[in-house]
Design a protein. Structure first.
Length: 459
């Protein structure tokens, strides 16, 4: 201490002492941070042990899932940003699809894609309908064979409920697509249209059950190794589903990652006695519409899921599994397998959007339509001038009947004969006997216009 007028002041420590103090503070800070981290790890391990004990108890007693927390996590981790990148690619691809075709022609292709969605969604469930039978069913020309007729009715049921759904979505809030009322509406709309034999399911022991349209299941079911949640708790699970996923139905990339997770978790809940796969895929289509990535109806994920059916079912089954170990997230179910499913889901979506973008490119479509017509003209199956008329209807969306003579460079009488023949073959269609002419896609031409739309050998 040094004496000064007015009191005493402490002596300043040597410079070396100040450096030592800083070093001591830094070391203490590091030890404190490590202590905090250690505490957090211990807390995580305690929570992990609680979940593990819960899993052991459920497994030991064969207990059903009975609490919404059993389906955690509800979204996957994405530390590397892989899922977000796939979502961005899908958004950009869907946006490009919007501008490919004339609006009227786009509507025609969207109708075809809706039919294709029905074909592939039913195919995933083991029901194959021939494209020619589909074409006949759309014209209400049903097969005399009962089995083929039932498949035709089922195909139309899926198409019709999707079309109704798309109209309904226009006036719905985005979050409502996750509501139990909407899910039940989809199921009811599909099942009430089905033939009676498709509304019955039979167990291995021969016992049959009637599937009531729109009704949540009242019994317990298993799918492969997965035992679905308790039927008595379905309301709680579906409320949590809507509460969590509803706000995520947006136009942001993260919404598409959540769509993949919601697709799985809905099948995991298994709310209906039967038809859960189709409901989940229609629900996903609704989510894509509200997220703005449906490309005006020009692509469907069902084609990709059906073409990789075993991978799809395997990824669903893996995401059903409980958490593998302490490094597999903090929820009751596996974080890793949910992430893998979402990657499969988004990769499939991107692949299908890109497939349709390439298929619907202007030059490619025009060459295939004109090439088909020219081959038919050369074979004397269609009159000269067919290719010119089809070209104009494709590019312009529609043409007046009076323009046909000018387009083909022939007399009005010849133009009338050509028009009548093309209407008969459904290569062009019209809303009325004297109405405008638009491009048609009969089954005989669909394979030429849209190659690989259906699997090889589908007939």
């Amino acid at each position: 201490m040094s004496k000064r007028t007015g009191g005493y002041t402490p002596l300043e420590p040597p410079k070396g002492d100040r450096q030592n103090d800083r070093q001591i503070t830094e070391v203490a800070g590091r030890y404190f941070n490590q202590y905090v981290i250690a505490i957090k790890i211990v807390m995580c391990l305690i929570e992990s042990e609680k979940i593990s004990a819960q899993m052991i108890r459920k497994s030991a007693h064969g207990a059903l899932y009975d609490h919404p927390s059993d389906m955690e996590p509800l979204v996957p981790g994405d530390g590397e940003g892989k899922l977000a990148n796939l979502a961005l690619v899908l958004i950009r691809g869907a946006e490009r699809l919007r501008g490919l075709l004339h609006p009227l022609t786009r509507r025609l292709v969207a109708d075809l894609v809706r039919s294709m969605n029905s074909y592939y969604s039913n195919l995933i469930e083991g029901h194959r309908t021939r494209p020619k039978d589909i074409d006949a069913a759309i014209r209400k020309d049903f097969s005399a064979n009962p089995a083929a007729r039932s498949l035709q009715i089922q195909h139309l049921a899926h198409m019709e409920v999707q079309e109704e759904m798309e109209s309904r979505l226009a006036g719905m809030a985005a979050a409502e697509v996750c509501s139990v009322d909407f899910l039940r509406w989809i199921h009811e709309g599909f099942y009430r249209r089905l033939p009676r034999e498709f509304r019955r399911i039979e167990e291995d022991n021969g016992k049959t059950y009637e599937v009531n349209p729109g009704e949540l299941r009242q019994g317990e079911v298993s799918v492969g190794r997965h035992m679905a949640p308790s039927s008595k708790k379905l309301g709680e699970f579906l409320s949590r589903f809507a509460e969590f996923y509803g706000p995520l139905v947006t136009t942001r990339p993260a919404s598409l990652v959540a769509a993949g997770a919601a697709h799985h978790r809905l099948t995991w809940i298994h709310p209906f006695l039967d038809g859960n796969g189709r409901v989940a895929r229609l629900f996903t289509q609704a989510w894509f519409v509200k997220a703005g990535v449906d490309g005006e109806g020009l692509w469907t994920i069902s084609r990709g899921l059906a073409r990789r059916r075993s991978d799809y079912q395997g990824a669903l089954a893996n995401a059903d599994l409980k958490r593998v170990n302490d490094f597999d997230g903090r929820g009751y179910l596996s974080q890793r397998f949910l992430e893998e499913f979402c990657e499969f889901f988004l990769s499939t979506a991107v692949d299908q959007a890109e497939f349709m973008e390439e298929l619907l490119s202007l030059d490619g479509m025009l060459n295939r339509i004109v090439g088909y017509a020219e081959r038919q003209e050369s074979a004397k199956e269609l009159p000269r001038g067919t290719s010119l008329v089809l070209r104009e209807t494709f590019l312009r969306g529609e043409i007046a009947r009076g323009e046909v003579a000018r387009i083909i460079g022939a007399s009005p009488r010849t133009a009338q004969k050509l028009t009548a023949k093309l209407l008969l073959e459904r290569l062009i269609v019209s809303p009325s006997p004297k109405g405008v002419l638009r491009l048609g896609v009969p089954a005989d031409a669909a394979g030429d216009y849209f190659p690989n739309l259906y699997p090889a050998g589908a007939d």
